[in-house]
Design a protein around this ligand. Sequence first.
Ligand code: AP5
Length: 214
Amino acid sequence: MRLILLGPPGSGKGTQSEFLVSRYGIPQISTGDILREAVAKGTQLGRAAKAYMEEGKLVPDQLIIDIIKERLVAPDCERGFILDGFPRTEAQAEALRTTLSEMELSLSAVINIQVDEPTLIRRLSGRRICRDCQANYHIDYSPPKISDKCNKCGGEIYQRKDDKEEVIKNRLKVYLDQTEPLINYYKNVGGLLKEINGKGKVEEIFDRIVNVLE
Ligand code: AP5
């Protein structure tokens, strides 16, 4: 199964990816996670991406396209993959189309997770992450059992710089300008686009996704 998860920041792409990984045994490819790791390690990619990410802007297409091209040929992608946060521009969608066609592969579905803006802002401003294992928490909906410590590995919990309210607003604007047009792009690719109501409990949303996939 080869899936794209579309949807605005905070719509639950990362959360739903985790469930999809365990159900279908295929890897999640999150360009955001790859970039954050590169920033943390101070690699050349990380140094190039850092300022864009902190301001809530998109990292230049070519950097992202190169990452994805390299990742899709890894052996763990043979049975499929879940693209979380890619593509985000029409140029990225076109590059993906060309790459998959060169590999003689096609997409199974594009899942568009829909959530209203006030909910997105609440989710993003309350999100916290484990610095060590990247486990995801929310200060109201799923807080860690011991404050500031990860339930899974005891690591330090932190807030992403781009989850501060002023940056969230910019990310949502960038999404509307540059990524939302991909909904129409995939609507025009026969039957691939599946609309999912992204409000409710995470398990309910996962059931909705599985229902459209199976
Ligand atoms: P990225 O990391 O991809 O961020 P994003 O798309 O903004 O998505 P998020 O991770 O913020 O949200 P999500 O939809 O995964 O929601 P989540 O499940 O975590 O990108 C970061 C930056 O990297 C970009 O701004 C850009 O600079 C750069 N970048 C990345 N990809 C790029 C690309 N392709 N091109 C160019 N630049 C790129 O959930 C959010 C919160 O809500 C969590 O706390 C979660 O616990 C909670 N939650 C989730 N579901 C529910 C629910 N049903 N009920 C209650 N709470 C919920």
